[in-house]
Design a protein around this ligand. Structure first.
Ligand SMILES: Nc1ncnc2c1ncn2[C@@H]1O[C@H](COP(=O)(O)OP(=O)(O)OP(=O)(O)O)[C@@H](O)[C@H]1O
Length: 294
């Protein structure tokens, strides 16, 4: 069954502090969403509202047209995967996966076992004795194998080393092909993960700053590469986000549209125009907001 989600003017207040401010957006079946925001932007709060861990202060959340809060059927279809404290978990992986199967209706035990092998988790150790990265891998296995139509990974990959994160990214692509669902990846590892996103949500100080497809987002600017002097002159009218130079070759990341006329000029000047890096846009947009307030 395919799921869709709608947030309509959702706010969340903690005493006098408004962590989420009148946020509206939609999530569609089969898409992988990158939820990006600086520390404290409100990512976990937003996701916990979707997972019905808490109620919004105002606004409406709907999952397939229904309010998910205390709705057992819908809640069993949403899997909010976050860093779990396993310090009292004496079970082994095998026992733990069996227990999970009993309350997740779509749980695929065979797939879970394959992932346990892929991430090389020990079968005989109690989970409390796992390393941080091994516990993160277990969370990821539970997230994938539960096959919930709405799966949320909230920064669960931070404890994993680079080769394990790479396995995770591969699995995101393969599993979205095999069993498409709404998949939300909340992350700070923007440059490493951006290729996984179909759609980008940038949350800044509780407000939804960007809600666009990945392709739309990276059209907001460009990278310009070529001879340093020529690049400097060409990029001068633009807002420069980042620049790198190696010998005479310079590459700058600019914010703003390179129109058809500029594209022709770039070609004539032997400059290479490429897509914007999402990470540079993220840093730029969230920084700019701060300088406005200063
Ligand atoms: N239960 C709570 N009571 C009071 N303030 C809270 C509560 N939960 C979250 N906040 C505040 O809401 C803001 C957003 O927190 P949240 O954890 O959602 O941010 P985040 O984007 O997930 O951050 P990070 O990337 O650092 O994990 C923070 O200022 C935080 O202190």
């Amino acid at each position: 069954m395919s799921y869709h989600v709608e947030f309509n003017n959702v706010s969340k207040k903690f005493k006098n502090f408004e962590a989420i401010k009148e946020v509206s957006f939609k999530l569609e079946h089969g898409k992988t969403y990158g939820l990006i925001g600086r520390n404290g932007a409100g990512k976990t709060t937003l996701l916990s509202l979707l997972a019905s861990f808490q109620l919004p202060s105002s606004g409406q959340i709907s999952v397939n047209g229904e309010d998910p809060f205390e709705n057992r059927r819908i809640m069993s279809e949403i899997n909010f995967v976050y860093e779990v404290d396993y310090s009292n978990e004496y079970d082994t992986v095998t026992d733990y996966l069996e227990a999970t199967e009993s309350y997740r209706p779509n749980f695929d035990q065979e797939y879970a076992n394959k992932l346990v092998e892929l991430f090389e988790l020990p079968l005989d150790k109690p989970i409390r004795d796992f390393s941080t990265g091994m516990q993160s891998a277990l969370n990821i296995i539970l997230g994938f194998a539960s096959r919930c139509p709405i799966t949320i990974f909230d920064e669960v990959y931070l404890g994993m080393d680079a080769p394990s994160r790479e396995l995770f990214y591969q699995e995101v692509i393969e599993e979205q092909n095999r069993n498409p669902r709404i998949l939300i990846l909340s992350t700070h590892l923007v440059s490493e993960m951006d290729y996984l996103f179909d759609h980008v949500l940038i949350l800044n100080r509780g407000e939804m700053m960007i809600d666009e497809s990945f392709d739309q987002v990276i059209q907001r600017g460009a990278s310009i590469t070529g001879d340093a002097g020529v690049v400097d002159a060409f990029a001068a009218p633009f807002n420069i986000l980042n620049s790198q130079q190696l010998g005479r070759t310079k590459s700058v990341m600019v914010y703003g549209e390179i129109n058809a006329e500029k594209q022709i000029e770039a070609k004539r000047l032997d400059l290479e125009i490429g897509p914007l890096a999402l990470q540079d846009l993220f840093i730029h947009l969230t920084k700019k907001e701060r300088s406005h307030e200063a």
